[in-house]
Design a protein around this ligand. Structure first.
Ligand code: PAF
Length: 283
């Protein structure tokens, strides 16, 4: 496995792989890797001849009051994990390599990026779309891999890839969970012991949504209210949003049918966690 810190060397290494006839898979990450990321790398390994993992804590997607400086970083550990999962190249640039002085161009996926997480994190998806567009241009992968935990991100990036004709396949890999259901996330590292126990409220709320739909609930507003109550019953939890939405438009779903997206963002203490489920509505 090779480490590249510059765009130029990453491009050269990918070009060499292409000249050997290999297909290229890209797994974009912000490091602090866990089993969720490794599932993406392994899937890329199974499907592509050359696997690139990018590790870059992207300043553009953090708001002014968010945890950019404190975001956990451990490149040495991440490199070992990437190698173990079968990566061929890790691209880990410094911010100045990605955003040279005078940087002014951004990618905005209108509408989709302003709902759900976009309400309390304005500019977040613009930052994500911009950095991922750059990574797509640098690596020019055949496939790029993202986790379903960030459902809205996958929707925004699919739209971007189609709209800007990137001509690659976006592969969405199921969320990897701890035994008690908590979705793997780098931010779980911030949770104290009580908070870690309380954090299962997200998964439990998704399970409740499944149960209520299975037992006949078809009113989106009523379902949302029940789920919100369930989160609020956990003393350490504070709701950012609870959404029962159309999985394509992210607009609130009124009468439930087809497939419905239940998505949550919840503060456990000071740590904001997200999770979601796509639920098929019977009948
Ligand atoms: O999902 C993430 O970790 C980030 O949003 C991504 C896609 C690597 C872009 O910085």
């Amino acid at each position: 496995m090779v480490l590249a810190a510059t765009i130029r060397s990453a491009r050269e290494l990918v070009a060499q792989a292409r000249s050997r006839g290999l297909s290229v898979g890209l797994v974009p990450t912000m490091g602090c890797l866990h089993e969720g990321h490794l599932a993406l790398v392994r899937r890329a390994r199974a499907e592509c001849g050359f696997v690139v993992v990018s590790i870059f804590v992207n300043p553009l997607q953090f708001g002014p009051r968010e945890d950019l400086a404190a975001y956990p970083r451990d490149l040495r550990r991440d490199l070992g994990l990437c190698e173990g999962a079968g990566a061929d190249l890790v691209f880990s640039p410094e911010p100045a390599e990605m955003y040279s002085p005078g940087f002014r161009t951004h990618v905005e996926v209108e509408g989709l990026g302003r709902l759900l997480c976009g309400v309390t994190r304005p500019g977040h998806f613009r930052g994500v779309a911009t950095v991922v567009a750059k990574l797509f241009n640098i690596v020019q992968p055949d496939r790029a891999y993202f986790g379903q935990k960030d459902y809205q991100q996958t929707l925004v990036l699919r739209r971007m890839a189609a709209d800007l004709s990137f001509g690659l396949e976006i592969v969405v890999v199921p969320t990897v969970r701890h035994e008690d259901g908590l979705a793997m996330s780098s931010r779980n590292a911030y949770l104290g012991a009580d908070e870690r126990a309380a954090a299962t409220v997200l998964f439990e709320t998704l399970q409740l949504a499944r149960e209520l739909i299975a037992s006949g609930e078809r009113d989106g507003r009523r379902l949302r209210a029940r789920l919100q109550e369930n989160v609020e019953a956990q003393a350490l939890a504070r709701v950012d949003y609870v959404a029962v939405a159309d999985p394509e438009t992210l607009e609130p779903a009124a009468a439930l049918s087809g497939t419905v997206l239940v998505a949550l963002a919840v503060f456990i203490g000071r740590t904001r966690l997200i999770d979601n489920a796509l639920i098929s509505v019977p009948g």
